[in-house]
Design a protein around this ligand. Structure first.
Ligand code: BYC
Length: 472
């Protein structure tokens, strides 16, 4: 395995210099990426030194190094996890055959579509978050935002590498198109719903990192099982970066919950807005919104697309190789919720077409573990309040529940009840205006906005007043 060569214009561990055609394609794309980064990347901080981690090797020990970098000079590059000797395709019709090093012709279109869909989310999230730097609650959070942003940029590089290396001219065209679509743009939107929503404030950002990046974890883990080995190796390395994004989300929301509880105790009131905090009922509304948007990212409950991806050996289940079954799923069944007239029911569906729902199950269980940890914080302050995940049929736009109104506790309701109640369940304009009113930048070393508690520890064990971003 080649080490990462940082003397190259494009750092990589895939011996890029030995493939002149690919090198030229990527060197042609690089300035376009930088132009996009300048236009659509973090606004206002491009010339600042930011304390960032950069990948130096892909093995488990010490893949990251920390240092000050100006974001446009970040060493974006191409890093694949170590190859597994004699890796086989572990599921579907090609089970047992050697993993593909090149794209199998019959799956070219499908594989390209999967890679493009994955790739499209990465620049989209950077676009969604580009204004947040101006209202950061602390230098620590500002640095974390930028770390997430540069790594999403690198994830885009990862998908562009696959497109350019394996899909010829079509791949190069797709790589360009990834820089042309824009989050929320009416004429050229990003592909998936959640990536066209706004991330207007830091509460939304932390929720996004918790819920939407977690979809990333589960989708990447499924693609890491792929029989197309370059995709598998790329996703395996991306997963190590994704873990930090979810940490930013979970700890960010946890710190806001903690601050709310502190204010409740200090002032013996539930109305922490009076004291500059974000109250727990508002947090619940944001959870309802971000969870439901992210649940849509798993696609329809019953999906022939998902069945085809699996049968072809392109996209597996979460932890496919740890499961003890035939890995073909031709005969099995799986419980899937759906609609029966006015009722939500569970049916046994063929396992193959239920793969989106199965992945959603894994995802929901993981989200619930995070919510439990937030509830532990609440409990430790002696506060009587429980945050919950909304029912998975709540406010869905994709799949069996797209056409019905469902309450957060899972009752099918009338349009009239929805109209009367939805303001109790989802952030209202007033809630958003209140949260927005708290978004005042705090950029003094070691200082923290009043609506969020300080982190338990600094990045890379740095002191509380560490200058994570040099603003002067
Ligand atoms: N919005 O059978 P269906 C991340 C489309 S996040 C709009 O229901 P399928 C990250 C679907 O494309 C991870 N359209 O679903 C996080 C299809 O359209 P076509 C991103 C949607 O195909 C934070 C049609 O509806 N990675 O990394 O089984 C920051 C019927 O499809 C949506 C991936 O998603 C939606 N929500 O599964 C940064 C992995 N849902 O093809 C990054 C790659 C469905 O008929 N993608 N549709 O025109 C996939 O595996 C699949 O495309 C999906 C959908 C799971 C998304």
């Amino acid at each position: 395995m080649a080490p990462i060569d940082y003397n190259e214009r494009i750092p990589n561990n895939v011996s890029l210099t030995e493939n002149r055609r690919l090198l030229r394609a990527l060197e042609d794309w690089q300035p376009k990426f930088l132009e996009w980064w300048h236009d659509m990347g973090p606004e206002g901080f491009q010339s600042r030194d930011v304390y960032l981690r950069t990948a130096v090797s892909v093995d488990a020990k010490g893949w990251a190094q920390f240092g000050y970098v100006k974001m446009p000079e970040y060493r974006w590059g191409i890093f694949l996890a170590e190859p597994e000797t004699d890796r086989r395709i572990n599921f579907g019709d090609h089970q047992g055959q050697p993993a593909w090093q090149d794209v199998p012709g019959e799956y070219r279109g499908t594989l390209r579509r999967l890679i493009v869909t994955q790739g499209d989310t990465e620049p989209a999230s950077v676009e969604q978050q580009r204004h947040l730097g101006r209202t950061c609650p602390s230098l620590y959070d500002l640095r974390n935002l930028f770390q997430v942003n540069v790594e999403e940029g690198r994830h885009l590089w990862a998908m562009v590498y696959l497109l350019d290396a394996h899909f010829g001219r079509d791949g190069r065209e797709e790589s360009e198109a990834l820089l042309q679509r824009r989050s929320g743009d009416h004429d050229k939107p990003r592909i998936l719903g959640a990536f066209n929503e706004k991330t207007p404030d830091w509460l939304s950002f932390f929720m996004f990192c918790f819920f939407t990046d977690r979809d990333g974890k589960y989708q990447l883990a499924s693609l890491a099982e792929s029989g197309f080995d370059p995709l598998s190796r790329t996703c395996r390395f991306m997963l190590t970066e994704e873990a930090h994004h979810m940490f930013v989300g979970e700890s960010g929301v946890g710190r806001i919950v903690q601050r709310a509880c502190e204010l409740m105790r200090e002032h013996t009131t539930d109305d922490v807005r009076k004291h500059g905090g974000i109250d727990l009922p508002t947090m619940q509304k944001y959870i309802n919104f971000h969870c439901s948007v992210s649940l849509d990212l798993f696609g329809s409950e019953v999906s022939t697309n998902a069945a085809n991806f699996y049968t072809a050996g392109l996209k597996g289940r979460f932890e496919e190789t740890k499961k003890a079954d035939d890995h073909r799923l031709k005969d099995g069944v799986y419980p899937v919720i759906g609609l029966d007239g006015e009722k939500i029911v569970t049916r046994q569906e063929a396992a193959l077409v239920s793969l989106n729902e199965r992945l959603r199950d894994d995802y929901v269980a993981d989200c619930q573990r995070g919510v439990n940890r937030w509830n532990e914080i609440i409990k430790s302050h002696g506060v009587d309040f429980t945050l919950t995940l909304p029912h998975r049929a709540f406010r869905r736009a994709i799949g069996a529940f797209a056409e019905v109104r469902v309450s957060p506790d899972g009752r099918i309701i009338s349009q009239a009840e929805w109209d009367a109640r939805h303001r109790d369940w989802l952030p209202t304009e007033e809630d958003e205006a209140y949260v927005g009113s708290l978004m005042k930048p705090v950029t003094e070393r070691g200082k923290m906005a009043g609506w969020i508690a300080p982190p338990a520890r600094g990045v890379n064990s740095q002191a509380e007043d560490f200058e994570y971003v040099r603003l002067s």
